[in-house]
Write a protein that binds this ligand. Structure first.
Ligand code: MF3
Ligand code: CO
Length: 251
């Protein structure tokens, strides 16, 4: 069942989303060669708390940190630790915040110092694929339209879409219905998205093949062929005026 959010609830999610956006902007500015991913996590958690929010990921199924930091061939769920970032790394940062009982969730992929043209192109394609997906949102649309738009955009650039992980509905909980794959399946074609639906849309795309595996820490997802991966995510409401992105710093 898809929960429709009132405009009052959507404003609560925007408040959570603002903190999410502020954390991601801070991470983008701070990420530099020599900084460890746990340094970034500590700063992120401090900022979330300073704004009155709670880290959404910490403690979720035993996840130990506030951020996910996924470097290069890591797709998602990289655990912040003593690894120092280095020049040329492609860093995906994912963060969720709960504020006054409502959730926001977003991710960006950022360069560490100067990155290769290949890494830049992959990251650009992922961000643009998310934008292309968001642009399809209107009340009453089919979920399949969104999924297909993302998949077609990514594959037209010659990249692959990760199938093992998906986006999701979001509200009072981080993961609500519906699942939001970044590829088309027939079942998605039948799901209607009414006004008030709020989705966390999050394409994960690989330079090589779509296959992924989970490392022995039980969390970190990597590409099977160890090709580069990128990840962008926004929490977005479907309103009568179209898409309303809730994970922005100021709107
Ligand atoms: N954005 C991811 C998701 O929606 C992040 C979850 S990380 C976890 O699933 F640690 F909380 F699982
Ligand atoms: Co998410």
């Amino acid at each position: 069942m898809i929960v429709r959010r009132s405009s009052r609830e959507i404003e609560c999610m925007r408040e959570a989303g603002r903190i999410v956006a502020e954390v991601l902007a801070m991470c983008g500015r701070t990420a530099a060669p020599g900084l460890t991913t746990e340094d970034l996590d500590r700063e992120a958690e401090a900022l979330i708390c300073k704004r009155g929010g709670t880290p959404l990921f910490k403690g979720y199924r035993g996840y130990p940190k506030s951020l996910c930091t996924s470097v290069n061939e890591e797709v998602v769920h990289g655990i912040p630790g003593p690894r120092a970032l280095k020049e040329g790394d492609l860093l995906s940062v994912d963060v969720g915040v709960r504020l006054n009982g409502y959730c926001g969730d977003a991710a960006v992929t950022v360069p560490v110092g100067r990155i290769s043209p290949e890494a830049r192109a992959l990251s650009d394609a992922c961000r643009e694929a998310l934008d292309a997906g968001i642009a399809t949102l209107e009340p009453g649309m089919r979920l399949g339209t969104l999924c297909r738009a993302i998949q077609e955009f990514v594959e037209a650039r010659g990249y692959s879409v990760v199938r093992k992980y998906t986006g999701h509905g979001i509200g009072r909980e981080m993961h609500e219905e519906p699942q939001v794959p970044n590829f088309f399946t027939r079942a998605m074609g039948d799901v209607a998205l009414p006004e008030g639906t709020v989705l966390a849309i999050e394409p994960m795309i690989n330079a090589g093949k779509a296959d992924v595996e989970v490392l022995s820490n039980g969390w970190t997802v990597v590409t099977r062929d160890r090709s580069l991966s990128a990840h962008f995510e926004h929490t977005v409401a479907i309103t009568k005026n179209g898409p309303d992105i809730l994970t922005l710093e100021r709107t």
